[in-house]
Design a protein around this ligand. Structure first.
Ligand code: SF4
Length: 285
């Protein structure tokens, strides 16, 4: 155990040109608004994965970040010690990574996610990890055979070219699929998060079935389907990135005229397809 006053947070630019701002957090756990979860925990604020649809970009305003999204990460260097103080009093399910990915590359340097799950395990607490990174496998020895853990891994498409456009610095699709399989083989309860479903690229019946087939084949506990939220706010950046494909651009412009109808049709389509699968599939929109 260290004393907070002994910590000297650093603020520097790393070898990838990302500003790393170490901070001392006063709270590790915050009350969660996510159904079934009691608390949220985020070791990092800011995310190197740089997904172009990211909903967490509001943080830039909240934290007064001048750098573009993905170019600054705040690192809560004392989070696991702070958690140790709080977890003695607070009981309930902790959801790790509700805002930013807990297994983004900076975790390799700081291991804060690893240290927090070690503390949670030490206090026999239940927790769920949300990520789209294969780096979670580094912590397999801690996670496996611990019945109070579960993981939710994201897939938005099975097309690697499209993944690179929408999630440029996140794990490749094959790595995520392999991660899902390995976690399941090690008896870890695994939810496949299919979202956001990318209009034009992953909303066709064929694409949806490919994801469902994979989930069924490997034995996921559940598939959660979510839509592309904040569509109008994200439209400009998406159009810029898909400008090479005129049909896709036209599709986005067309659905932007009545996005709610698009969502209603997509929901109906997924519900119809899901009847062919004997695994729990939930639509979140
Ligand atoms: S992994 Fe999540 S938090 Fe990170 S950029 Fe992508 S959507 Fe945002």
């Amino acid at each position: 155990m260290f004393l907070i006053k002994e910590l000297k947070p650093k603020d520097y630019i790393n070898e990838k040109g990302i500003r790393i701002k170490e901070i001392i957090c006063k709270k590790a756990l915050t009350k969660s608004g996510i159904s079934g979860m009691s608390f949220s925990l985020n070791p990092y604020i800011g995310c190197e994965h740089s997904c172009i649809y990211c909903y967490a970009t509001f943080i830039r305003k909240w934290r007064e970040h001048k750098e573009e999204w993905g170019k600054i990460i705040e690192v809560k260097i004392n989070i696991y010690e702070q958690l140790r103080r709080e977890i003695k009093k607070e009981r309930g399910i902790v959801c790790i990574g509700t805002i930013c990915d807990p297994y983004q590359p900076i975790e390799l340097k700081y291991s804060l996610t690893r240290k927090t799950i070690e503390v949670l395990k030490e206090y026999d607490s239940e927790f769920e990890i949300l990520t789209k990174s294969h780096l979670i496998l580094r912590d397999l020895p801690i996670l496996k055979d611990y019945p109070k853990t579960s993981c939710e891994i994201t897939l938005t498409t099975l097309n690697e070219k499209i993944r690179k456009i929408f999630e440029p610095k996140a794990s490749p699709i094959k790595e995520r699929m392999r991660t899902i399989e390995i976690l399941i083989k090690n008896n870890i309860s695994l939810t496949l998060f299919f979202g956001p479903i990318l209009p034009y690229f992953s909303d066709k019946e064929e694409e949806i079935r490919k994801i469902f087939d994979f989930g069924k084949e490997v034995g996921v506990k559940e598939i959660l389907c979510d839509s592309l939220n904040y569509f109008s706010q994200k439209l400009k950046i998406i159009l810029k990135n898909i400008a090479f494909d005129k049909k896709a651009v036209n599709y986005y412009l067309t659905i932007s005229k009545d996005y709610q109808s698009y969502l209603n049709n997509l929901r109906e389509k997924i519900l119809k397809i899901s009847k062919d699968y004997k695994i729990p599939i939930r639509v979140l929109f």
